[in-house]
Design a protein. Structure first.
Length: 266
């Protein structure tokens, strides 16, 4: 799941997913310096469909739209893909998850991202030869809002990957209402990382999720604000050997529906 920067496959298709909430200069950052040969991927337009109250801020793109984008990035059948960003994998994990959801299997996250790369950087744009891959879909489990809400009552665990203050309802800078889905457990994505911005070890992650109620055989679902950083949590769970389903609509979908109950506090 993770690729160390010093063991980057020579034949990998590199995808640069420079995106952070509240910033729109990802492409400019990419043009100023990126891993040699890396192709820029725009998260809002290529890794998401149009936002809506019904589907959330970053709905999944259609499989057809994703396939067109993947081919545009130069991915063909049998390609090895490595994704990275400059924010601890929080954006790159969305590409990792989405490509696997589309049916690709050889996709990894560059652990530590741009900061872990010690080689030279390249400036300007990269336009690869188009690829020919066909995406079958169905590669990663997903949840609807109702399925996510029903997990705790069914003995599963629903993890909320947002910052703790947003989970508790103390602040809500983006979405319609503050709080969390009743029965969800606070599990901030930032806690998946060590002090150097890399994923914690599998042993540390396993212990972390066990403290949150995730045991062998537990059904696990993850959500965040809009299904982006939740993918990072799914990746961390995978590193610990735990399969988890992602709820793409996440809190942006839930909070926009006034009929949905909201819980606050720890």
């Amino acid at each position: 799941m993770l690729t160390p920067a010093d063991r980057l496959p020579a034949d990998a298709v590199l995808l640069d997913v420079r995106w952070q909430l509240g910033r729109t200069d990802g492409r400019e950052q990419y043009l100023a310096g990126h891993l040699p040969g890396a192709v820029f991927v725009d998260l809002p337009t290529e890794l998401s469909a149009e936002p809506s109250a019904a589907e959330g801020r970053h709905p999944l793109p259609s499989l057809q739209a994703l396939q067109s984008a993947v081919r545009r990035w130069g991915i063909s059948a049998g390609s090895r893909v490595v994704v990275y960003d400059a924010s601890g994998g929080l954006a790159a994990a969305r590409a990792w998850w989405l490509l696997r959801w589309g049916g690709l299997t050889d996709v990894t996250i560059l652990d530590g991202g741009l900061a872990a790369w010690t080689g030279p950087l390249e400036t300007g744009d990269v336009e690869p030869e188009p690829g020919d891959v066909t995406l079958p879909g169905g590669g990663m489990p997903v949840l609807t809002a109702d399925e996510a809400a029903g997990l705790p009552a069914a003995g599963g665990v629903l993890l909320d990957a947002r910052a703790g203050e947003r989970f508790r309802g103390e602040v809500e800078p983006v979405d319609a209402r503050a709080g969390h889905v009743p029965g969800a457990v606070s599990a901030p994505t930032a806690d998946n990382l060590d002090g150097e911005g890399r994923f914690a070890t599998a042993a540390v992650l396993t212990e972390r999720f066990a403290r949150l109620g995730v045991q062998p055989g537990t059904a696990v679902g993850v959500y965040c604000g809009s299904g982006v950083t939740a993918a990072h949590e799914v990746a961390a769970l995978a590193e610990a050997g735990i399969e988890a389903a992602l709820w793409p609509g996440s809190w942006s979908q839930w909070s926009a529906d006034p009929t949905r109950p909201v819980a606050t506090g720890p």
